[in-house]
Design a protein around this ligand. Structure first.
Ligand code: GCU
Length: 642
């Protein structure tokens, strides 16, 4: 696999050293099929007798399913049993993760099954460079690994990516941006060969390829006069187009659709609802076992900021909850974890609990659009752990309500894959959480450290940098769940009023007396009413609402006292001073890694930490100054505010 494309590319969590424990042992591999061959190729030489590691497909899928495996160690032999080849691949990479520990002592039988049937990464890669968004929308790791200059890249990089993803348990990817422009739309038809080529290199890693499609494709590509989902000609066009896709790619995953959202076409344009829209695609895919992922990110992005009755947070529920039960079985509603847009802190989207008769997938953002754009170190594992474990209904948490976990990838053609080398940990953690949402985020971080940086680096320093980095980022950016306050457009760095008088629906309503969005039923937009109990009551109540979400749900005076005992204004000052200070500490801690990691990686991390320190100070000063000028309330501790 090692070609020029991969020269100098960091091995991420699969460096040769990660295979040391296996390479030192006699390994037997039993089974047939492409994925078993992949395992064989990973192992190198295999033996028939006296193996210390036995990897075996039993031939009966049974309770292990297609992807599960069992692991045990008895009498000096470590055994992985899988019901099917995919399970063997995941079992093999589990042994890689364990390293020497897989070959010590006895191990009782452990059964490993994925919690989510589909564990998918979405790429927002454009085929042709978009004049505003570039090659990768919200990409902070260089160009696309799929396309360069409008043409398909050498796929060695994609193959290496597939291998990395398989080692985390990811089993599906969408290769192109949800905003499907003209060139990308053609991936469905005359450029289908490019999709087939990608599917070909990812197949040995158990990863299926999905495609974002434009809802208006029947018009754009088919020359039809309409894309109305109830039109017979449109239905026939999707059916025939999809049949051709499966002719070229028999294990094609399906379509992803962003419709009636931020300018994309959709069923509303034809007076139809979103179940009508999703079902026409679902019907075209059903004969081949494909699925359509239909995004719930639908809201009015041409809102009048003067209009206080429209609330963007309400939009997805208002559009989709009434449609529960109307979607086909192979349609999956893809819901962002929060009601707005991947903010550092948001409440959980009430849509996740509102559609018991619909397949729901939860969407996360590994790419750090709103969490520092891979210039800031921000380990998102703790956030995702909170999201997935959140008890949204009395008997189920978010992970239990979701059928699938999906995230926007943070990968590009950067030599460290993710721009910031430490952002690799986020990509790694996504796959691990999708497999098992109950994993401890800090143990996942340890796995990544062991594999990617080796077991001998200063682990304590890395934990001190990363464990709380999400909360640190939160502390120096928009306060108490109010969100945004970023520069419009690129979304990097502070601009408190940047979105305040725009049509985007992301406001904080700060005035001389207070700040926050009143989303209560009593006096506000009524958004709290979209939650099941107890959350509809907890969020409605000024007394019970958790501090970290206070300004998402309530407009309060600056003197309002939080559960923490601090006033809102003093909390803003204190967290912003502390957060910026913390980044200085993070940069200092990294010094301890000097000489323990590659010089290139070291240099890259230093450069990023310097920028994080600069940027956090900018955030601190703009936010503190803004609120000091609005409120006139001085900092109790007399620190410098401008
Ligand atoms: C965000 C992001 C867009 C993206 C959109 C989406 O708004 O800024 O670039 O297209 O999410 O999820 O569709």
């Amino acid at each position: 696999m090692s070609t020029d494309e991969l020269a100098g590319v960091h091995p991420a969590w699969l460096p040769p050293a990660a295979f040391r424990a296996i390479a030192a042992r006699r390994v037997a591999v039993h089974g047939t099929g492409t994925l078993v061959d992949t395992v064989r190729a990973e192992v190198g030489a295999t033996v028939d007798e006296d193996a210390e590691l036995v990897l075996r497909v039993t031939g009966e899928v049974g309770a292990l399913g297609e992807e599960g495996f069992e692991l045990y160690r008895r009498d000096g032999v470590t055994v992985v049993l899988a019901g099917a080849p995919a399970g063997l691949l995941y079992g093999f990479f589990h042994v890689v993760r364990l390293g020497e520990a897989a070959f010590t002592g006895e191990r009782p039988v452990e059964r490993h099954l994925p919690a989510m049937r589909r564990r998918m990464l979405d790429h927002w890669d454009n085929v042709a460079v978009n004049p505003v968004m570039g090659q990768v929308e919200r990409g902070y790791s260089g160009g696309s690994i799929f396309w360069r200059d409008g043409a398909q890249c050498d796929l060695a990089r994609v193959r290496a990516y597939g291998r990395l993803l398989a080692a985390t348990g990811v089993n599906a990817i969408t290769i192109n941006n949800v905003n499907v422009q003209a060139a990308a739309a053609r991936l469905l038809t005359d450029r289908l060969g490019e999709v087939a080529a990608v599917a070909g290199v990812l197949r040995p890693y158990g990863i299926r390829v999905h495609l974002s499609v434009n809802f208006a494709a029947p018009v754009m590509l088919g020359g039809l006069p309409t894309a109305d989902p109830l039109d017979e000609g449109v239905r026939a066009w999707w059916a025939e187009t999809t049949r051709r896709v499966y002719e070229a790619i028999p294990d094609f995953g399906g379509y992803v659709v962003k419709a009636d959202s931020e300018g994309q076409p959709g069923p509303f344009g034809y007076g139809r609802d979103h179940a009508d829209g999703a079902n026409v695609l679902a019907d075209a895919l059903a004969p081949f076992g494909g699925v359509v992922h239909w995004r719930a990110f639908v809201y009015n992005h041409r809102q009048d900021w003067r209009d206080r009755s429209t609330d963007r947070a309400r939009a997805a529920y208002d559009h989709f909850a009434p449609l529960d039960g109307k979607f086909r079985d192979n349609a999956i509603l893809q819901v962002k974890y929060g009601p707005i847009d991947f903010q550092t802190r948001e409440p959980i989207s009430p849509v996740i609990a509102a559609m018991p008769a619909t397949n729901v997938a939860v969407e996360l953002q590994v790419t750090q659009e709103y969490t520092g754009q891979q210039r800031h170190a921000c380990y998102l594992g703790p956030m995702w752990s909170e999201v997935l474990g959140f008890p949204l209904t009395p008997d189920r948490d978010v992970a239990g309500l979701a059928k699938e976990l999906i995230a926007v990838s943070n990968v590009g053609d950067d030599r460290f894959w993710t721009g910031h080398p430490l952002a690799q940990a986020n990509l790694y953690a996504f796959g691990r959480f999708a497999w098992d949402p109950s994993l401890d985020p800090l143990s996942i971080l340890d796995e990544w450290i062991d594999l990617a940086l080796g077991p001998d680096v200063d682990r304590a320093a890395l934990h001190a940098i990363l464990d709380d980095s999400w909360r640190t980022y939160e502390s120096y950016t928009a306060p108490l769940g109010v969100g945004f306050m970023v520069r419009p457009g690129h979304h990097y760095g502070p601009d408190v009023d940047g979105y305040e008088y725009t049509p985007w629906g992301t406001y904080h309503f700060a005035d001389r007396d207070g700040v926050g969005v009143d989303r209560t039923r009593a006096t506000g937009t009524g958004f709290t009413g979209q939650y099941p109990r107890p959350w509809s009551d907890v969020y409605e109540s000024l007394e019970r609402c958790p501090d970290e979400l206070l300004l998402f749900f309530h407009h309060v005076p600056y003197g309002h006292v939080l559960h923490s005992g601090s006033t809102v204004i003093q909390h803003i000052y204190d967290t912003h001073f502390a957060g910026a200070e913390r980044t200085v500490e993070m940069r200092r801690l990294w010094e301890r890694l000097a000489g323990q990691v590659d010089a290139d990686l070291d240099a890259r991390v230093r450069e990023r930490l310097d920028e994080q320190v600069r940027s956090a100070a900018e955030w601190r000063d703009q936010i503190n100054t803004y609120f000091y000028r609005k409120s006139g309330v001085p900092d109790e501790k007399g620190r410098t505010i401008y």
